[in-house]
Design a protein around this ligand. Structure first.
Ligand code: ADP
Length: 649
């Protein structure tokens, strides 16, 4: 039994192929985690890194509390089951299962107990004397599972274990593996390209594409709340329908219009989290509807389709049609539509049907980024704001002081768009006051939907609020994005700063005091008769603008092993939290010229110019220096490889 933690895991193969990018997951004890995605997305590579069969390029892998990056596979207390079973053909089932234990010199009677117990669990007790070739695929796979079970591992890793079996046996083995997981009460990690396996077996599923994790979630959340079009299309059979549409809001309703002019209505409430800019009819977005959320009705719904194929599956039927009524049947043409209907209903090919959309179950995706427009916690709310005649900032129905920095970036403009992220909310503040229309909880996040005219403003709060309350708050101005005529004039302040530099090693002479047989580093205040010896020592630094910041040994080891000797010849990006940057005495740290003071009202920054690299340092009201020196702790710096954008440590 064990939990696992994968922290910023990368795999770059020797040919330079980056197969896994920044993989992060905390797997709890007894979870059944499935890695799923199309061939080549990096599932097996990740599993093999966990097994220890593939070296981890960067990142930390913990099994339990132990960092296992450099631990031999045999010492990791895991068992792996492969697609091709990997049984020894000349050995009996019993010997195949006992083999690993014999190698570990376990006493024979204990081996016997374990093998018999595993055989009982897997229902292969009658086959123990057979050789693998006299067994079916399903039975062989059970032996492979048995060989894993007898080792009593903390973690089971299964790499496409069912892909050599026929459909019926797969379905049966699926249930058996799920039962086995319940019985063994152990962590399972299972790799498959088959979304049905993933959905039926996993407690949580990791969907991957081209080396990147797309979403980690429960099967139901993946089905109901896919984060992007890829996940939406990958999960569910038949596949979700996708159409190019525009959205036009009028009051409580939104008209969804297909590119051929057909349209239907959706209550605004169901898509209120889509930003207002998507709802003015000007942008093409992607509508996603699962076949089971479409139905065929008698009445005219405004969406007609011509039936191309009907597949009768017995328990249900699948109707394939096309929205273009006058075009020839063309199964590849745009605007194909797939509808799942109850069994027993048939439609003539070429007949015209009326389609009804279950508007509660629609999905919307941005056309370019393909990300959902309907996130539980939206990225931001977009609102209009004004600078009034008296110079006040008119936002969210209140008039507040215009932050000095806003004034600078706005120039003379007095009408703007403000994008407010949910985390901009300052609960204690009193600048704004709006009525609470909705309160939602998502994990640890409490989201309030505040009423602003006929729109919602979504903010995150810690306050105990209820619908109908009047909610007062202020905004962290530095988190807002300002746009004038659709162009960004002010980006939100990044939460962290980054600086470019190099990694260097230096030999230095260190004085030691001899105390008996031991050498103790000299402090400089030793008595004159002390025996001092000097020895060379190598120290490692981050070099930024010719100033050296000591690198902790743990990071030195990572940088030098991951990067090899070339680590001293490259530039790296050093990323640090802003509150790790402090003012220090002249002559120490980095010298910076104060370029300007950036005043957001609630917070004030000095924009520092460090020989051409700019960072923001939080400063108080009194700060008015022209030049400063700043320092940071090298222990709390993350190091990124720039060329392949990889976090090293
Ligand atoms: P999956 O299990 O999702 O099908 P893999 O993890 O096997 O994918 O592979 C991920 C990517 O890494 C693929 O593009 C594959 O071609 C590549 N790859 C796998 N092994 C190696 C290797 N030894 N050298 C270089 N590239 C590899």
């Amino acid at each position: 039994m064990a939990n696992l933690k994968l922290s910023h895991i990368y795999k770059v193969y020797e040919n330079g192929h980056k197969a896994v990018n920044d993989f992060n997951i905390d797997i709890e004890d007894k979870e059944f985690i499935v890695f799923v995605g199309p061939s080549g997305c990096g599932k097996s590579t990740t599993l093999r890194m966990i097994a220890g069969l593939e070296e981890i390029t960067a990142g930390d892998l913990f099994i339990g509390d132990t960092l296992v990056n450099d631990m031999e596979p045999k010492d990791r207390d895991i068992a792996m089951v492969f697609q091709n079973y990997a049984l020894y053909p000349h050995m009996t089932v019993y010997d195949n299962m006992a083999f690993g234990l014999k190698n570990k010199h376990m006493p024979n009677d204990q081996i016997r107990d374990r093998v018999l117990e595993a055989a009982r669990i897997l229902d292969i007790e009658d086959y123990l004397e057979r050789k693998p070739k006299a067994m079916s695929g399903g039975q062989r796979q059970r032996v492979a599972l048995g060989r894993a079970i007898v080792r009593n591992p903390k973690v089971f890793l299964l790499d496409e274990p069912l892909s050599n079996l026929d459909a019926k046996l797969r379905a049966q083995m699926r249930t058996e593996i799920t039962k086995l997981h319940k019985k063994l009460q152990t962590t399972f990690i299972y790799v498959t390209h088959d979304q049905v396996e993933a959905m039926t077996m996993g407690t949580r599923i990791v969907v991957m594409k081209l080396g990147y994790v797309q979403q980690i979630d429960t099967p139901l959340n993946l089905y109901n709340k896919p984060r992007n079009k890829f996940v939406a299309g990958f999960i569910g059979t038949p596949q979700m329908n996708f159409f190019d549409v525009t959205l036009l809001r009028h009051g409580d309703s939104v008209t969804v219009t297909f590119d051929d002019g057909k349209h239907f209505e959706v209550p605004f409430e169901t898509i209120s989290k889509a930003h207002a800019s998507y709802l003015d009819g000007s942008k093409t977005v992607i509508l996603g509807v699962r076949p089971e959320h479409l139905s065929i009705v008698e009445e005219d719904t405004g969406i007609q389709a011509k039936v191309n194929v009907v597949e009768q599956l017995g328990n249900e039927s699948i109707v394939y049609g096309q929205l273009a009524l006058d075009a020839e049947i063309d199964l590849k043409a745009k605007n194909q539509v797939t509808i799942k209907i109850p069994a027993g209903i048939n439609y003539e090919l070429g007949s015209v049907i009326n389609i009804k959309v279950d508007t509660d179950r629609i999905h919307l995706f941005d056309k370019e980024s393909e990300l959902t427009l309907l996130e539980d916690v939206p990225q931001y709310t977009s609102v209009e704001a004004k600078v009034g005649k008296t110079g006040k900032f008119e936002l969210l129905g209140s008039k507040v002081e215009l932050p000095e920095h806003f004034k600078n970036v706005l120039g003379g403009a007095n009408e703007l768009e403000v994008q407010i992220p949910p985390y901009a909310c300052i609960d204690e503040g009193k600048d704004y006051k709006l009525p609470v229309k909705k309160v939602e909880e998502f994990g640890k996040v409490r989201l309030v939907g505040l009423q602003l005219g006929d729109n919602y403003v979504y903010l995150q709060t810690e306050k105990d609020v209820k619908v109908g309350d009047s909610f007062s708050f202020s905004l962290r101005n530095e988190t807002l994005r300002l746009l004038v005529n659709g162009e960004t004039v002010l980006e939100p302040v990044a939460e962290r700063e980054s600086l470019l530099g190099t990694f260097v090693k230096e030999k230095e002479k260190v004085s030691f005091v001899k105390a008996g047989n031991e050498l103790i580093e000299a402090k400089g205040d030793e008595p004159s008769d002390a025996k001092i010896v000097t020895k060379p020592r190598i120290k490692f630094y981050y070099n930024i603008d010719n100033v050296k910041f000591a690198s902790p040994m743990e990071k030195v080891v990572k940088i030098t092993t991951i990067e090899g000797p070339s680590c001293y010849r490259k530039q790296y990006k050093f990323v640090l939290d802003r509150d790790n940057i402090h003012l220090c005495e002249e002559g120490l740290g980095l010298h910076a010229v104060v370029d300007s003071i950036v005043n957001y009202g609630n917070v004030r920054y000095a924009k520092l110019n460090i020989n051409g690299q700019f960072i923001l340092l939080e400063v108080n009201e009194e700060f008015n220096a022209k030049e400063v020196n700043v320092n940071f702790d090298g222990n709390d710096v993350e190091v990124f490889q720039i060329e392949i954008d990889m976090r090293i440590c």
